[in-house]
Design a protein around this ligand. Structure first.
Ligand code: GRF
Length: 201
């Protein structure tokens, strides 16, 4: 299973995947490419340290159409079987979705359908959870379709919200307790065919 990982930032979710692979938990998976929508992000260094090929397609420097076309070219070139969005902050376009839908997963830092959808990323998700006063939040791994955070839910894990939490402390706990656990687990389950994805083009 050739896995393409899409990133936009620090790459801590990518690191969790690389670590799980090293522990032998992603049997049959091979990281084909790491593609970043931003230049100069630490995720690229993490990929290079793990000898994974990298590519940068700067979202800022492309129109939505051109970004979509370039991403499709990279994914096709890498012969990706599975596309993993790991802290990827750009919305996928119709070309990539048309070719890869059913084989794209994302990790979102809340229990969908709460605190998700357009504009809900990063600290905003956790601030919204705090503003609402929920006592439990978490993370969700889901299939990606044309609705932002709207695809089929694959895995979820709950995390406690604590009385003195800030968006920052909550984000950290959700990453450590849920995102970094769930995303490798989902990829491992897909490799073992315990979670179905659409195969082939
Ligand atoms: C965090 O905002 C996390 O909640 C979200 O992606 C970001 C982490 O990015 N899902 P990264 O994996 O460290 O690049």
């Amino acid at each position: 299973m050739r896995v393409a990982v899409l990133v936009s930032g620090g790459g801590s979710n990518l690191a969790a995947l690389i670590d799980a692979h090293r522990r032998g938990e992603l049997s049959g998976a091979q990281f084909a490419v790491v593609i970043s929508s931003r230049p100069d992000v630490y995720a690229l260094e993490r990929a290079q340290s793990a000898d994974i090929p990298t590519a940068v397609i700067s979202r800022k420097e492309h129109s939505a159409e051109s970004f979509d076309a370039q991403l499709l070219e990279q994914l096709d070139g890498a012969k990706a079987d599975l596309v993993v969005l790991a802290g990827f902050l750009s919305v996928l376009g119709p070309l990539v979705l048309g070719r890869y839908m059913g084989r794209i997963i994302n990790v979102h830092p809340s229990l969908i359908p709460s605190f998700c959808g357009p504009g809900m990323y990063g600290l905003r998700v956790h601030q919204a959870a705090l503003d609402k006063g929920v006592k439990i939040t978490g993370a969700t791994v889901h299939m990606v379709n044309e609705i932002v955070d709207g695809g089929e839910i694959l895995l979820q894990k709950a995390v406690d919200v604590l009385p003195r939490d800030t968006a920052q402390t909550l984000q950290k706990r959700v990453m450590e307790q849920a995102e970094w656990v769930l995303l490798p687990r989902a990829v491992g389950m897909i490799c073992r065919k315990e979670l179905p994805i659409r195969r082939g083009i």
